[in-house]
Design a protein around this ligand. Structure first.
Ligand SMILES: O=P(O)(O)OP(=O)(O)OP(=O)(O)OC[C@H]1O[C@@H](n2cnc3c(O)ncnc32)[C@H](O)[C@@H]1O
Ligand SMILES: [Mg+2]
Length: 198
């Protein structure tokens, strides 16, 4: 396999997939490269449902192997919110800045020991003629009281990674790609790699 289509329009995700597949000499394309990609409505109740929905809709239309990523942040003090609504937490239009500010507001007054959270990534793989499969990676951390760091995307400036003693947005992309929820799901995918490339 020399090329894989990632069913995402998120440039931050695309960069992370490119880093993973570059090592395997596989070229990454995404919906950002297509002229009129199908718009898939993400109305599933779980990350897995949405990931499979994206992978199958795009994969069937393209007739190609496709990987889709549905991911987000689960905050314990908010009963798991924003969860599957992470991309549009502060409103319909995707806006990382507004989402971060809303999260800070919702977490006002929550003491440090109750600020536990995790990033979750469900990766669905669609192979033409086969059933899809889906894998999950998670990364545990804490929601900080202010934003810090310039790297990454989404909620990275508010997500403290205890093992690194840094915010996710302070890590280099190489560091993030060793420990993130997406990296962990990709490690599981690597274990299934033979199935994928057969
Ligand atoms: O659906 P696609 O086109 O892939 O792009 P999206 O941005 O809408 O992606 P999701 O539907 O999976 O929503 C995930 C949201 O969760 C957040 N998120 C996911 N992974 C993240 C990461 O590694 N770092 C920070 N925030 C992340 C971010 O706000 C994303 O917009
Ligand atoms: Mg989305």
């Amino acid at each position: 396999m020399s090329e894989v289509l990632i069913a995402t329009k998120n440039p931050g995700k695309v960069k992370e997939f490119e880093a993973f597949f570059a090592e395997k000499d596989i070229k990454v394309r995404s919906l950002l490269d297509l002229e009129e990609p199908e718009d898939v409505i993400e109305d599933g109740e779980t990350f897995e449902d949405n990931a499979v929905k994206k992978a199958e809709a795009i994969g069937k239309a393209a007739g190609l192997p496709v990987i889709a990523d549905d991911s987000g942040l689960e905050v314990d003090a908010l009963n798991g919110a924003p969860g599957v609504y992470s991309a549009r937490y502060a409103g319909k239009e995707k806006n990382d800045e507004a989402n971060n500010l809303k999260l800070l507001r919702e977490m006002e007054g929550v003491p440090p020991e109750k600020r536990t959270a995790r990033f979750v990534c469900a990766l669905a793989v669609y192979l033409p003629g086969n059933r899809s499969f889906v894998l999950r990676g998670t990364c545990e951390g804490l929601i900080a009281e202010e934003r810090k760091g310039e790297h990454g995307f989404g909620y990275d400036p508010l997500f403290y990674v205890p093992s690194s003693e840094k915010m996710m947005a302070e890590l280099t992309s190489e560091e993030k790609n060793t420990l993130s929820h997406r990296a962990k799901a990709l490690q599981l995918l690597e274990e299934k790699w033979d199935l994928f490339t057969e």
